[in-house]
Each structure stands twice: as structure tokens, then as C-alpha cells.
Design a protein. Sequence first.
Length: 89
Amino acid sequence: FWAPTFKWGISLANIADMQRPADKISVPQQCAITATGVIWSRYSTQIKPVNYNLLAVNLFMAITGSYQLFRKFTHVPGPDEAQAAPATA
């Protein structure tokens, strides 16, 4: 009962991170959140009785992690970010 309840905190923190600039998103962290959500969502449907709280929180984790990765990979740096990046020759 308590494990899925505490996982909602991770999901809520991920929602709060949607206010952060896309260039500050951690790809390894979001990959871990997404993978955890997908793996444990599958697991929660295979156990008897089905744990719907665990399913809901992990689907939510997978969705928010995927959205953060989408934001990161579709981010177009602005003029300030482009000038701050070192030029490679």
C-alpha cells in the first residue's frame, strides 16, 4: 500500500519539473522514471489481485517521464543558449 503512495511524490515532482527549462532536464533521470513506470505498470497487471493504485501511479510516471523526454529532444536552443555553447571546429 505505501510504496505506490510514496511513488506519487516522484510523479508530482516530475510535474513540478515541467516548469524548468527543457535544457535542464536530465535524460538519464527521465529514462529511469519512464522505464520504471512501464515495467511496474506491466507487473501490476500480472499480480493477483491487480493493484490498481500501483498501475495508476506507474502509468502516470511513464507518461510524465515520456513527456519530459519529448520536451528535451524537441527543445530548440534560443539565441542566448546558442551563444553560451562553445563553438567546435
